[in-house]
Ligand binder design. Structure first.
Ligand SMILES: Nc1ncnc2c1ncn2[C@@H]1O[C@H](COP(=O)(O)OP(=O)(O)OP(=O)(O)O)[C@@H](O)[C@H]1O
Length: 759
């Protein structure tokens, strides 16, 4: 019997054979058969040993045989004689190993899949408990409040109905129409027979009723007087319940069902075929095949489809919405996975309802006393409810999304896990100075908020000095790790033991920069911050320093690709367009079916994670709101205090005082004293600054045309210094360019010094 789930590929038999140059019946042309390919030692049938190979259809596969085998001494001659290119089905004897492997694959499992995997088993038990527990609770609440009053109300009618039915039985009312018919037909013999039968029946039934009453009434009386109250209550309840049920109206049920019956959709192969046809991925003639039966997978259906030859997984991804429409579901219910065994194989998971709109719930960190940051920790759940564990050791992470989708919360859950490991050093900077990160001051080694200097403290300079400090630390770690004895550092890499040895001072370090674009676009320090972050994201993870940056502007201007590309792990929450999704997740992600622009506004804290492990996929982040974060951080602070690992800003140990407004001093240093230097072109100032401090201003000097001068005017704006047209004679010609006035800079410096003194 053919498999009902398999739609056979039309067999390209003789009728379908092309009738052009290869038509062998055409005697006017010469048929030139193809030569066989060079011998290939790898069998074409299931070379990977995949646990689920595609069904092999007759004439749909070919095998290469050695040309110089004993049965084919001269391949050229054989070809000239018209040896068919494709082997006839069943020509090649199957080896015993292949035969056994085919049988192994075809064998159905003894136990259903859900019984064999502990996670699914647990899920089914939990579902049963949830489902039947809810139904029991529903009825338990309604029993005293709804069902009992109804039964009491219907019981008198039930008593009446029951006694009327009993009376009809005693009087043999059911045979009355027959007796009436005999009278109408004037059939005296029949009437007499029926009457005699009725008399006998009525006599017997009356006798039985009388005897039952003689026994039943004293019994009822005895029960009433002697029986314990519980038995009496049971008897009255049963009698009232029975009479209530008998008296209930037929159109209004006594008991309300505990669940609403939704329209249930069973996914069949016909629906899937219809969807692929509607999406233009196949035609009625081509068909698609199902290498394995459609089956339940968690709270949805798993369908594996082989597309027509030439169609690819990427084609299916492009038609994601049409396919959803063809199946008649929302696009957020359809998940397409690549199947590595063939480019034309697509694995689809069709969820019963939008799984991403269901929040993953509060973070398990709330119940954790401490975390080992060397080990993966729970970050969220995937679309099917499986827990997603992540590890930040050896990786850097980029988080991107439009505002209000959960960027900060997702990065913060990682930082909270790090905080609960007292041996992890935390460096936290928040470009937008929101309240979200404030409580990290309890534990963070270095911390800063926003970009605007306040009370003589410039958060941008603090970030800069922290990153410089960290860069020096990273370089130092590399040296020291290579010098450590082999018994302490066997692989030349940081180990949990080394990272927790306070004397070695090489703790795991997590740098979180939220809204990183704010720092990267800083007119003076943006370039250096970028260079430092690029260095750290590229080089530092190997010595235990991981960087997590988040941005709502992943474009090249706000967060250049030179930084983005250094992050191995990417997490994209909802974005506006698939191009932006590709910018965050990396080029080619869309073609792999990863597109964060398909996520909806309601999918808060939901994103696509790529690069953290071999597989990319959806993560619904656990939630830690402000209060939860505060609780976790208070616990983390206590833990660090007990372990003696609080350091840096958390204990008031700030880095060397940051010099504010260094730009003014730098400009003053490069401006000459003479009259000719009273006004200097911006280009010239920039070139001199680049010479003076190449690491800070080198990038400005590389800019072309107006951009070079613009850098300086933007940087000077906060100090109220404008640029003006300055004319010069160069090679006999007068040239006008924008520049700055030395006195303006001197005034700004005086003003700044006065303010500092006042503070
Ligand atoms: N895992 C989650 N589960 C449920 N809701 C969440 C989750 N993460 C975030 N949210 C909700 O989304 C809101 C926005 O989150 P968050 O502040 O992290 O977004 P954002 O992208 O950083 O926004 P902005 O760009 O404005 O800073 C939160 O206030 C919270 O209500």
């Amino acid at each position: 019997m053919s498999d009902p789930y398999v739609h056979e590929q039309p067999d390209p038999g003789p009728d379908d054979a092309p009738t052009d140059a290869t038509d062998t019946t055409d005697t006017t042309g010469k048929v030139v058969p193809f030569r066989r390919a060079a011998p290939d030692p790898v069998p074409t049938v299931d070379p990977t040993g995949s646990p689920d190979p595609a069904p092999v259809e007759a004439a749909a596969w070919t095998a290469d045989l050695p040309d110089d085998g004993p049965g084919d001494p001269d391949p050229d001659r054989a070809a000239d004689e018209g040896t068919p290119v494709d082997a006839a089905p069943g020509t090649y004897p199957v080896s015993l190993a292949e035969w056994m492997e085919a049988k192994d694959t075809a064998r159905r499992p003894v136990l259903p899949q859900w019984l064999r995997t502990p996670a699914e088993r647990q899920m089914v038990w939990q579902w049963a408990l949830r489902h039947y527990g809810a139904a029991t609770g529903y009825h338990a609440v309604r029993l005293p409040l709804v069902y009992t009053p109804k039964l009491l109300a219907y019981a008198p009618r039930g008593a009446w109905r029951w006694s009327a039915a009993f009376g009809r039985w005693v009087s043999d009312a059911e045979a009355k129409p027959l007796r009436a018919a005999a009278v109408r037909d004037e059939d005296a013999a029949e009437y007499l027979r029926l009457s005699r039968q009725r008399d006998a029946r009525v006599k017997l039934r009356t006798l039985l009723t009388g005897m039952s009453s003689l026994v039943g009434l004293p019994l009822a009386l005895t029960l009433y007087v002697m029986a314990p109250s519980w038995l009496l209550a049971l008897a009255v309840t049963s009698l009232t319940g029975t009479l209530g049920c008998v008296g209930a109206p037929a159109d209004r049920p006594l008991v309300h069902p505990a669940k609403v019956t939704f329209r249930k959709r069973k996914l069949s192969s016909d629906v899937v075929v219809r969807a692929f046809e509607a999406a233009g991925m196949t035609t009625k003639d081509q068909g698609i095949t199902f290498p394995r039966p459609i089956g339940r997978d968690g709270e949805g259906w798993r369908v594996v489809v082989d597309l027509p030859f030439g169609k690819t997984f990427a084609d299916a991804v492009k038609r994601h919405e049409s396919l959803s429409s063809g199946i008649d579901i929302a696009p957020t219910q359809l998940f397409l996975d690549r199947d590595e065994s063939s480019a034309r194989r697509v694995s689809m998971w069709i969820a019963d309802r939008d799984p991403l709109a269901v929040p993953a719930g509060p973070t398990p960190l709330l119940g954790a006393t401490r975390v080992d940051f060397w080990k993966p920790f729970p970050w969220g759940r995937d679309e099917r409810g499986n827990e997603v564990l992540v590890s930040m050791v050896w990786v850097s992470l980029l988080v991107g999304a439009v505002p209000r989708q959960g960027k900060t919360f997702s990065a913060r859950t990682i930082a909270l896990a790090a905080a609960l490991d007292p041996y992890v050093r935390l460096i936290v900077f928040d470009g937008k100075a929101s309240p979200d990160w404030r409580k990290f001051t309890k534990v963070a080694h270095r911390i800063g908020f926003g970009i605007v200097p306040k009370n003589g403290f410039d958060p941008v300079e603090h970030l800069l000095s922290s990153l410089r400090e960290l860069k020096a630390d990273v370089e130092d770690r590399y040296h020291r790790l290579s010098e450590l004895p082999l018994h302490i550092c066997p692989e030349g890499k940081l180990t949990p033991e080394i990272s927790r040895d306070k004397r070695l001072n090489m703790p795991l370090t997590l740098v979180v920069v939220d809204e990183v674009q704010e720092y990267l676009q800083h007119p003076v320090h943006g370039r250096e911050i970028l260079d430092l972050l690029v260095y750290l994201a590229r080089v530092a993870p190997a010595v235990g320093v991981s960087v997590a940056t988040s941005t709502q502007k992943p474009d090249d201007k706000a967060c250049p690709s030179v930084l983005r590309d250094q992050h191995q792990a990417r997490f994209a929450l909802r974005v506006g367009a698939y191009q932006v999704s590709d910018t965050i997740l990396g080029a080619g992600s869309y073609a792999e079916g990863l597109d964060a622009s398909r996520l909806l506004k309601s999918h808060k804290g939901v994103g696509i994670l790529k690069g953290m492990s071999d597989d990319a996929g959806i993560v619904r982040n656990y939630l830690a709101d402000g209060r939860d974060a505060d609780r976790i951080l208070s616990r983390a602070a206590m833990l660090r205090e007990a372990e003696g690992t609080l350091s840096g800003d958390a204990v008031g140990d700030a880095p060397a005082a940051a010099s504010t407004d260094v730009l003014l001093d730098d400009i003053a240093a490069v401006l000459g004293r003479g009259k000719a230097e009273a006004k200097v072109w911006s280009d010239t100032v920039v070139d001199r600054l680049a010479e003076h401090k190449p690491e800070t201003y080198g990038a400005w000097a590389k800019l072309e045309g107006r951009a070079k001068a613009d850098q300086l005017s933007t940087a000077l704006k906060p100090y109220g210094i404008g640029t003006e047209q300055i004319a010069r004679r160069v090679d006999g010609k007068q040239i006008n360019k924008r520049g700055i006035v030395r006195d303006d800079v001197a005034t700004a410096i005086t003003e700044r010094n006065r303010k500092r003194a006042a503070e």
